[in-house]
Design a protein around this ligand. Structure first.
Ligand SMILES: [Zn+2]
Length: 386
C-alpha cells in the first residue's frame, strides 16, 4: 500500500471517529481539534458524505446563519457479526458505530455441521428483518487464514480445514470475512475502541479466554504473518508445570499459565475442601471483586504470569500499548498493580518508559465487536488491512 494511501486512511479514520464520538460537530471544530488542514477535512468529509457514512444537519443559530454540523448516518444495521466461542456462539447485527442492534446466543455444538446450521438460521432471520446488511464478519478461536477465509484448526473442537467464508458466502450471497478472535478483537480496538487506544499505532491485544491469543497491530494494521498464523504467543514457553495444559497439550505455554482455565485451576486447588463445585471464570471474578481472598489470590497469580508473558512481548516488539481483553479486564482493579509489577520487574532496563497496559474498553463484547469490525473496518478505511 502506498504511503499516501496510509496517511489518507488515517485521516479518514480520525475524522470519521471524531464525528462518531462528538456528533454533531462542524468541519471547523474537526479541523481545530485534529490539527488537520481545513481543506483536508472538507475533502474527506465530502467523500464520507458521498459514501453515505455521514450526514449534514443544521445546528442551532446563535443569531446568524445556523451552522452546518456533521453526524454519523443512522442507517440501522450494516453488518452481521458471528462470534464462535468455545462455550457459546453469538450472532448479532450491528450499526456503523459498532452498536449491537439484535443478537442471538446459543451453546456452540462440538459437531461442526450442527453449529453451522444454527449460524445460518440466525443469519437468514436477521437478513429478513434488517434489509441494510452489507457483510458478515466471523471471529473464530483458532488458526484462521483470513485471506482464503478458511479455518485451519480450531483446537477446542478439533475442527480442521473448514472453508467457512466460502460456505457462508454461497448460502447468504453476502461478502464474508473471517479472522482469529484475537486479531479481530485487535481490529475492533483499532476502529471502535476508545481514543486512548486508537491513538496508538502499534499495540498488542492480549485476549485472555479459555485459551490465550494475541493480535498484533503495526502502524494501524493487523499483522497476520504467513497463512495468518502470526500472534500465537499463547504458545510461547513461560515455565514448567503449569496448572493446566494448553490447547496443544503442553504444560509450558503462556496459555497454560495465564488463561481463564489456569486461574480456575488455581482457585480449585486452594478451595478443594470447602467447595467441590466448579465455578465459571465470571463467578471467580465476582468473588475476587467481593474481596474473597482465595479468588483474589488465584487472579493475582494468573496476573503475574500474564505480566511475565507481556514483558517478553515488550522486549521483542516494543509496542506503544498492550491491551488486555476478555472477562479478565473486569478484574482490573484487582490485577492491575500485580500486572504492572510483573512487567516492570522483568524488563531489561528499569526506569525506561514502558508500554501502557490498558484494559480493553470493549468489555465482555470483545469477540463480538471483533466479528462486527471485520465488516465495519472496511467502512472506516478505504483500504482494508489484508
Ligand atoms: Zn501450547
Amino acid at each position: 500500500m502506498a504511503r499516501s494511501d496510509t496517511i489518507r486512511d488515517i485521516n479518514r479514520q480520525i475524522i470519521l471517529n471524531y464525528v462518531r464520538e462528538k456528533e454533531p460537530i462542524s468541519r471547523a471544530e474537526i479541523s481545530h481539534e485534529t490539527a488537520l488542514q481545513r481543506s483536508t477535512v472538507s475533502l474527506i468529509v465530502e467523500e464520507l458524505k458521498s459514501q453515505g457514512l455521514i450526514d449534514e444537519i443544521e445546528g442551532e443559530s446563535t443569531g446568524g446563519r445556523p451552522p452546518i454540523l456533521l453526524r454519523l448516518r443512522a442507517v440501522g444495521s450494516m453488518a452481521i457479526g458471528v462470534d464462535v466461542g468455545a462455550a457459546r456462539t453469538t450472532v448479532a447485527t450491528g450499526d456503523l458505530a459498532g452498536r449491537v442492534v439484535k443478537r442471538e446466543t446459543f451453546a456452540t455444538d462440538p459437531d461442526l455441521r450442527t453449529t453451522v446450521r444454527r449460524i445460518e438460521t440466525c443469519i437468514r432471520n436477521f437478513m429478513r428483518s434488517e434489509p441494510g446488511i452489507e457483510g458478515i464478519g466471523i471471529s473464530l478461536p483458532g488458526l484462521v487464514d483470513s485471506e482464503t477465509g478458511e479455518a485451519l484448526f480450531i483446537p477446542h473442537f478439533k475442527w480442521r480445514d473448514w472453508a467457512i467464508a466460502n460456505e457462508l458466502r454461497e448460502t447468504t450471497g453476502l461478502p464474508v470475512r473471517v479472522d482469529n478472535d484475537a486479531n479481530a478483537a485487535a481490529l475492533a480496538e483499532l476502529w471502535l475502541g476508545r481514543p486512548e487506544i486508537r491513538d496508538a499505532r502499534d499495540f498488542i491485544l492480549v485476549l485472555v479466554e479459555e485459551g490465550l491469543g494475541t493480535g498484533i497491530v503495526f502502524d494501524g494494521q493487523v499483522y497476520h504473518g504467513m497463512n495468518g498464523a502470526a500472534g500465537e504467543f499463547g504458545h510461547m514457553t513461560i515455565g514448567k508445570d503449569a496448572p493446566v495444559a494448553c490447547a496443544a497439550g503442553s504444560y509450558e505455554c503462556w496459555e497454560a499459565f495465564a488463561s481463564e482455565r489456569a486461574a480456575l485451576a488455581r482457585y480449585a486447588k486452594t478451595n478443594s475442601r470447602s467447595s467441590a463445585d466448579a465455578i465459571t471464570f465470571e463467578q471467580l471474578i465476582d468473588r475476587a471483586l467481593a474481596g474473597e481472598e482465595n479468588a483474589k489470590h488465584a487472579l493475582l497469580e494468573t496476573a503475574y504470569y500474564l505480566g511475565l508473558g507481556i514483558s517478553n512481548l515488550l522486549k521483542g516488539l516494543s509496542p506503544e500499548a498492550v491491551i488486555v481483553g476478555g472477562q479478565i479486564s473486569r478484574a482490573w482493579p484487582v490485577i492491575a498493580d500485580e500486572l504492572t509489577n510483573a512487567v516492570a520487574q522483568s524488563s531489561i532496563c528499569r526506569g525506561l518508559p514502558s508500554a501502557r497496559l490498558i484494559a480493553s474498553t470493549l468489555g465482555h463484547n470483545t469477540r463480538l465487536m471483533g466479528a462486527l469490525s471485520l465488516v465495519l473496518a472496511g467502512k472506516f478505511a478505504s483500504v482494508l488491512p489484508a
